[in-house]
Design a protein around this ligand. Structure first.
Ligand SMILES: O=C(O)COP(=O)(O)O
Length: 305
């Protein structure tokens, strides 16, 4: 069994990317980088045999950063208010509590950005609430519990419902894949309500065959990176094998789910919080700048300009 793994450098700086197929001894994918013009590229002899492409949502299809910045800012205010209302918490202690809270969810308050593959960008909201409540208690904010943190979170409404799409023609990409007879699924740690709102806003809801959301998996570790969500999507797709699935995502959670579930091919994208090195290390077979480049995985030959 041979896996060929290539890290596609970003930016491409005029490189031509050839993607052909051979994976795991089956005609699937050989991925090569070359400087050759398209005319010199031989078309692959075997087509891809994927039955389903499984997309992560935040950081892969949609830009969640404005929403996460707003979430962090409001949650930080709630933490500070709680510190002010709690006896015996000095200003310096409150600063430490806020800083520990940020660390626990993977937030860099200096750059106002996510740390690579941070829990906030990769875990379900139930898990993020748990992590936050535990972190706050551990740093000395006595009496704060999961229900209280959940209330602060719920007060913020559907956090990701307004996320803009990360590529211009998502519907065109999905139609392109579906024309090849391949199912499209979304596997997200976000909740169902925001996910449905995003699919509608991005004009792809009618093109998504199946989806599974963070509030539909077992809150005790049943979400990504566990293999469960992908296996469930295989079941929904009529009992196909994980080997027939391509998983596409921006964090280590996505790549790890792909690897642990036995997905046939795992694609990392650089539009979210994961770094190329992290994605490759956690199971990505290839890293692409964004999901728009996926089109080229499904063409016999192509040229990136
Ligand atoms: O909402 C999140 O925490 C992450 O969602 P995702 O799985 O679509 O990246």
């Amino acid at each position: 069994m041979v896996y060929l793994r290539y890290y596609v450098p970003f930016p491409f700086l005029g490189l031509f990317l050839t993607i052909r197929s051979y994976i795991a001894g089956r005609a699937r994918g050989i991925l090569t980088l070359s400087n050759s013009p398209c005319s010199e590229i031989t078309a692959p002899t075997s087509p891809f045999v994927f039955a389903q492409v499984v997309f992560d949502k935040d950081g892969t299809l949609g830009d969640c950063m404005p929403a996460l910045r707003a979430w962090c800012s409001e949650m930080t205010k709630a933490v500070r208010r709680r510190c002010d209302d709690t006896d015996g918490i000095s200003a310096a202690h409150a600063d430490r509590i806020v800083s520990d809270f940020h660390s626990s969810i993977g937030w860099n308050s200096t750059s106002n950005d996510l740390l690579p593959s941070a829990p906030l960008s990769s875990r379900t909201w139930a898990e993020v609430v748990d992590i936050s409540a535990t972190g706050l208690r551990d740093s000395g904010l006595d009496g704060v519990d999961r229900d209280e943190v959940l209330r602060w979170h719920r007060d913020l409404g559907l956090v990701d419902a307004e996320d803009p799409p990360l590529i211009d023609d998502m519907a065109g990409l999905f139609e392109h894949i579906r024309r090849l007879g391949i199912l499209i699924s979304i596997c997200t740690s976000d909740d169902r309500a925001s996910t449905d709102a995003c699919m509608t806003r991005w004009n792809v809801r009618h093109l998504v065959d199946f989806s599974i959301c963070g509030d539909e998996v077992d809150a005790r570790g049943g979400g990504k990176p566990s293999p469960g969500p992908l296996w469930e999507l295989c079941r929904l797709a009529g009992g196909i094998s994980p080997r027939e699935c391509m998983v596409v995502g921006d964090t280590t959670s996505d790549a790890e789910m792909g690897q642990r579930s036995g997905a046939g091919f795992v694609v990392g994208v650089l539009t979210g919080s994961g770094t190329a090195e992290q994605l490759i290390r956690s199971g990505a077979d290839i890293v692409l700048p964004d999901v728009g480049y996926l089109r080229y995985l499904f063409l016999p030959q192509f040229c990136l300009r």
